[in-house]
Design a protein around this ligand. Structure first.
Ligand code: SF4
Length: 324
């Protein structure tokens, strides 16, 4: 069995800006990404970088324009078989647990819904499974007949997670799963996710704009800028020795654990806003905001190049292509 659970190859997701026009919004524009079994990979970047579109495409909520998604050895397309595989093996958890749960349904019925849809077990067996799942996510199994409004935000996210793992998926796409929660609750939910990963052998694609959360959560990180990966590598390496100027700028805003290092650290403030994915800059997409850009940057797009073992960056100056 291959160690790779998910391989994404040259994935593009383009939308027409308006119906009837040929102009395209290039939300994801040529992304390669791999996730191993049992691994967590974080996808980080500003709002508008394409990270949620990429997550939605992996789970099948969005059709890719071109490229391949290979999951567990099979290419996923838009056919019925791929849809069934996705429904069982890939689940998504969104930011807002309030809108993710039907307020009129008992939480036990919400958690059992995927089991019922797939015809798994009898009613009694499903109720037993719901009790197991509630216990697994740290909730009282006797509260299965309560409505979502009787639970706090953190508890509701636990319920959503219980529903997401009901069918024993292999991959969870976690789209900003703690962003809507109180800061005091966030680490509890992150610890729960790490615990579930250990116990169930899950793989995670963790989508976040918050690098301080990613630092302790993900094995590897991919930094997305305007639909393309700017840098990728092991989390510890990227955080300690970022190569791409965009990664440097993002990391300069993350508080350091050492107060002395924090006092002397310089924050890099990027000029301007993220350009529109409908009209990305020519050459390097970061060239309009990059503090060290040179003329070549505005002409030729850089490709990802290896900089250290398992670390790659797309930058003409910091990670020049080697021509043999
Ligand atoms: Fe900056 Fe040029 Fe590197 Fe792009 S290629 S990140 S513009 S130095």
């Amino acid at each position: 069995m291959s160690e790779n659970l998910l391989s994404i190859r040259d994935l593009k997701v383009h939308f027409p800006i308006r119906q009837g026009t040929s102009r395209l919004l290039k939300a994801v524009d040529g992304v390669d990404l791999e996730i191993q079994r049992g691994e967590s990979v974080a996808l980080v970047g500003e709002s508008g970088s394409g990270k949620s579109t990429l997550g939605a495409t992996i789970v099948g909520m969005q059709k890719p324009t071109t490229g391949q998604i290979i999951f567990d050895g099979n290419e996923l397309g838009n056919d019925k078989e791929s849809a069934a595989k996705r429904m069982r093996d890939i689940q998504i958890v969104f930011q807002d647990p309030v809108s993710a749960l039907n307020p009129r349904m008992d939480i036990g019925d919400s958690i059992a819904e995927p089991l019922a849809i797939h015809g798994v077990g009898s009613r009694v067996q499903r109720a037993q499974r719901v009790a197991e799942l509630l216990e697994l996510v740290g909730l009282n199994p006797q509260h299965a007949d309560r409505k979502p409004s009787m639970f706090s935000g953190g508890q509701r996210q636990r319920i959503v997670i219980a529903r997401a793992i009901a069918l024993q998926p292999k991959l969870l796409v976690l789209d900003e799963p703690v962003s809507a929660l109180d800061v005091s609750i966030r680490s509890q939910i992150l610890n729960l996710l790490l615990e579930l990963q250990q116990r169930l052998g899950l793989s995670y694609l963790f989508i976040s704009h918050d690098l301080s959360v990613v630092r302790h959560f993900a094995d590897r990180v991919a930094v997305l800028y305007l639909g393309r990966i700017a840098e990728t590598g092991r989390t510890a390496d990227v955080f300690s020795r970022p190569v791409h100027p965009y990664t440097e700028a993002l990391l300069s805003a993350v508080p350091l654990p050492d107060p002395k290092a924090q006092r002397t650290r310089q924050r890099i403030i990027l000029q301007g806003d993220l350009p529109s994915p409908a009209n990305p800059p020519a050459g390097c997409r970061f060239s309009t905001r990059c503090p060290i850009a040179e003329p070549i940057c505005r002409e030729t797009p850089p490709s990802l190049q290896p900089v250290r073992p398992m670390q790659q960056a797309a930058c003409h100056l910091r990670a020049p292509a080697v021509h043999i």
